[in-house]
Design a protein around this ligand. Structure first.
Ligand SMILES: [Mn+2]
Length: 306
């Protein structure tokens, strides 16, 4: 795993249905993300916040809310993430809402094409984010990034990474899913997305789900983790715009993160949808940083190398 990381703040809620995720980067910094990662021996650079268009808070046009602004933010994110990867550093995107996964992952996919690497995307989320303008009930683009990455979406979004589609649905593993819109459900099935939903985790356990989600990674695989904070049960993570009950517990989430760390393959990370306006004394930011620490190898005991 790269030991040089770069924090990239993207303070926007342009794709969300509630205001406030724009305050996410600062809440993560207040929860000490930088020094905590330095404590794990990482060289941390904070390149500050990107500066994109303001949120005009308008109703949808042709099935999309704020499409030009979402495209502008994602171009900024794409360029910053791509630049850090090209520099041999691991980008950590501090969102911002989950529409930004589009810019981030399209940059990661471009980097993998440049370097001949395979890409695996782990999507930790309560939602599949596989909506299209025809399927979406709301027009909020934070519900569409996976579909856009797979080539289903407006030209200004799907072309950001220079190749359409940016990724194949076969490269994606979704964990923790428990809220999928009716039309979206059919589309997820048609496209063959591999989803470990909460029922799967209830029945088989987080360990088994993660073993399958991380299977077949090899030394030439770049692992991207897209961590939507609403993945977590709202009991431990109330500070998100779209809480869905019945998510992973603190222990299940820790196991998930520790198993990712054990692979040693994580090459980039998004932390999105943290909404300080809905949080309680920054508790959700703190739990997110605690879990990120586990992603970078915090463990209770010294463990033998697997
Ligand atoms: Mn999401």
């Amino acid at each position: 795993m790269l030991n040089k990381v770069t924090l990239i703040g993207a303070p926007t809620d342009i794709g969300a249905g509630a205001r406030g995720a724009s305050m996410g980067p600062e809440a993560l910094r207040v929860a000490n993300i930088g020094p905590i990662l330095e404590g794990h021996g990482l060289e941390v650079k904070d390149r500050g916040n990107l500066s994109g268009p303001a949120n005009p808070w308008l109703p949808p046009t042709d099935g999309y809310r704020h499409l030009p602004e979402v495209a502008a933010w994602n171009r900024l994110v794409h360029d910053a993430v791509y630049e850090e990867l090209s520099d041999g550093r691991m980008p950590i995107l501090l969102g911002g809402d989950h529409c930004l996964g589009l810019g981030s992952i399209s940059a990661v996919a471009r980097h993998c094409r440049d370097t001949g690497k395979k890409l695996r995307v782990l999507w930790l989320d309560a939602h599949a984010d596989f909506n299209t303008s025809a399927l979406t009930p709301s027009g909020n683009i934070h519900g569409m990034p996976v579909a856009c990455l797979c080539g289903f979406g407006p030209r200004e979004l799907i072309e950001i990474g220079g190749q359409v589609p940016a990724i194949s649905p076969k490269w994606v593993r979704q964990i923790g899913i428990r809220s999928v819109d009716p039309g979206e459900k059919r589309f997820v099935h048609e496209q063959g997305l591999e989803v470990f939903d909460m029922r799967y985790i209830d029945e088989m356990g987080m360990r088994h789900a993660m073993e399958l989600a991380l299977a077949t990674l090899d030394a030439n695989t770049h692992l991207h983790v897209s961590f939507d904070v609403d993945f977590l049960d709202p009991e431990i993570a109330p500070g998100v715009g779209t809480t869905v009950p019945g998510g992973p517990t603190y222990r299940e989430a820790q196991l998930c993160m520790e198993m990712i760390a054990d692979t040693g393959r994580m090459g980039s990370l998004d932390v999105v949808e943290l909404n300080p306006a809905l949080d309680v004394r920054n508790k959700t930011a703190q739990v997110a940083v605690d879990l990120i620490e586990s992603l970078f190898g915090k463990s209770t005991l010294m463990r033998p190398k697997v």
